[in-house]
Design a protein around this ligand. Structure first.
Ligand code: DQA
Length: 141
């Protein structure tokens, strides 16, 4: 099984950005965490981060024919991007939405998730653990 794990803007700033919300661990820590989870579960993973909406759309398109599922934290694009929603729908792969923070308990503008409309499942507010739950969900599907 191969999973594409896609992270959006400012996820590369983990450890620096708003540690009271996102914690003190870095993006490198997140990559190591995901790699370990995937290794333990014998899953191949392609871990990608971009601050650009178009690059995220391109990466989702590349998953077609290469991945069995997508785990995506679109970050701020969650709440704005019809292009990411359309890309997820276009490839038609099982997708899971992950958020490190609990978006449901945050500002009103975070209450809409376009990407989530094309995702089977959402893990929000579990920190890095959400990525593990997403991997396990797609394995057990
Ligand atoms: C986030 C939540 C988003 O609202 C925010 O814009 C992010 C990160 C999260 O992982 O909690 O950048 O997706």
């Amino acid at each position: 099984m191969t999973l594409y794990i896609i992270n959006g803007p400012n996820i590369n700033m983990l450890g620096i950005r708003e540690p009271e919300i996102y914690g003190s661990k870095t993006y490198a820590d997140l990559v190591n965490f995901i790699k370990t989870v995937c290794m333990e579960n014998e899953v191949e993973c392609d871990i990608f981060q971009s601050n650009s909406e178009g690059d995220i759309v391109t990466k989702i398109q590349q998953a077609y024919g290469h991945a069995d599922g997508i785990i995506i934290n679109p970050a701020a694009y969650t709440h704005t991007s019809v292009a990411i929603l359309d890309a997820l729908k276009a490839v038609g792969l099982p997708a899971v939405e992950v958020h490190i923070s609990d978006v449901d308990s945050r500002e009103d503008f975070r209450q809409i998730s376009y990407a989530g409309m094309a995702c089977e499942k959402r893990f929000s507010g579990l920190g890095f653990e959400g990525y593990r739950q997403a991997v396990l969900y797609l394995i057990n599907k």
